[in-house]
Design a protein around this ligand. Structure first.
Ligand code: PLP
Length: 387
């Protein structure tokens, strides 16, 4: 399945690689529900497909399009972002040392400090927004994987992928990047030296908050590709055909949506940082962001996620949330609709308060997933809520 012409990523995504059904000439691929495939009379499988956990043709176009957008050799769909991320760690062996961010998607952090640690991985949490901290933590020969999430949820530290790749590779480790928030429209980690890119497809790739899915894209190492293919099938956290169809449908508008998310978030961030009820705004597109220069170099836009510290502590933050209607109070991010989240009482509520606050997740922190609505409506609603 190849693109019709040598075209830009936006065109390639809009046509999902230009696939046309050879029999019906349909421009949209069918959803294949079959769980198994007929064997040839001589016991062969000339169709190349045996059983749908590994071989569903509905995966093909989503995987091929994502591989092309990320500049990888192979992409694999998973049933969720979590199953995609954990597959990357399950490819390691007990005893291996891994370096991961202190602030990252919280369920994965819990899995790493719980399950993965009991299983035998030596997990070291560092401030991956600091290249020096990564260099200090990586141990030549012992470290097998460095994991970045950039920008990192919910305080949006940006990590230097190229510098981390160099450090990881020098030590004999792989570099993997959770690029859920950046998407291939804004950052392509493989171009910067990453070996693996992971996405929660539930977020921007799908973009409509109507499926759960994950993707792992592998750079050019056939051995890693083989191992991830084995894990997709053997662990079985594979995507359902309908979800795969929805992921592909979402990809077709990814470039347009990301442009709108970035424009809206930048406009709100700039407006909020001058607002008298706001203590601080965290958004990679603001000069006040600690890694703004790096974000300018590494990203083609600063994304749709921002967080604010409001004046007046947790009670004020709760009041702001309660006033919102256009911003729906909900977990998740990356859909066309704007969401508002209070990490201290929602996503990060299970962390002891002192520990949470040491990570910058204080009671007055509010996280916004800025959607593609008219920015004036979003600004007006926040102005009212902050009043
Ligand atoms: N990575 C990031 C940055 C996320 O925000 C999420 C979900 O919120 C995940 C991974 C996990 O994805 P999923 O919910 O699809 O399992």
């Amino acid at each position: 399945m190849t693109s019709k012409k040598n075209v830009t990523a936006a065109s390639l995504a809009a046509q999902a690689m230009g696939w046309i059904d050879p029999v019906t000439k349909a421009v949209v691929p069918p959803i294949h529900m079959a769980s198994t495939y007929q064997r040839d009379e001589d016991n062969g499988y000339r169709s190349g497909r045996i059983y749908a956990r590994a071989d569903n043709p509905t995966f093909d176009q989503a995987e091929a399009t994502l591989a092309a957008l990320e500049g990888g050799a192979k992409a694999l769909v998973f049933s969720s972002g979590m199953s995609a991320a954990t597959a990357c760690f399950l490819a390691l062996a007990p005893g291996d040392h891994v370096v991961v961010p202190k602030v990252m998607y919280w369920s994965l952090r819990n899995w790493l400090s719980g399950f993965a640690t009991h299983w035998g991985l030596a997990v070291e949490f560092v401030d991956t927004g600091s290249t020096a901290a990564i260099a200090k933590a990586v141990r030549a020969g012992a470290t097998k994987l460095v994991w970045l999430e950039t920008p990192a949820n919910p305080t949006w530290a940006v990590s230097d992928i190229a510098a981390a790749a160099e450090i990881a590779h020098r030590a004999g480790a792989l570099l993997a990047v959770d690029s859920t928030v950046a998407t291939p429209v804004l950052t392509r980690p493989i171009e910067h030296g990453a070996d693996l890119v992971m996405h929660s497809a539930t977020k921007y790739l799908n973009g409509h908050s109507d499926m759960v899915g994950g993707i792992v894209v592998v750079g050019d190492d056939p051995e890693i590709a083989e191992q991830m293919t084995f894990l997709q099938n053997a662990v079985g956290g594979v995507q359902g055909p309908f979800d795969s169809f929805l992921a592909l449908r979402g990809l077709k508008t990814l470039h347009l949506r990301m442009k709108a998310h970035c424009e809206n978030a930048q406009a709100l961030a700039e407006w909020l940082q001058g607002h008298q009820a706001i203590e601080k705004v965290i958004y990679p597109g603001l000069e006040s962001h600690p890694q703004h220069d790096l974000a300018r170099r590494q990203m083609d836009g600063f994304g749709g996620m921002l967080s604010v510290y409001v004046k007046g502590g947790e009670p004020a933050a709760r009041r702001v949330m309660e006033q919102c209607q256009l911003f729906t109070i909900a977990e998740s991010l990356g859909g066309v609709e704007s969401l508002i989240n209070h990490p201290a009482i929602m996503t990060h509520a299970s962390i002891p308060p002192q520990r949470r606050e040491s990570l910058g997740i204080t009671g007055n922190l509010i996280r916004l997933s800025v959607g593609i609505e008219a920015v004036d409506d979003l600004r007006e609603e926040l102005a009212g809520a902050l009043r």
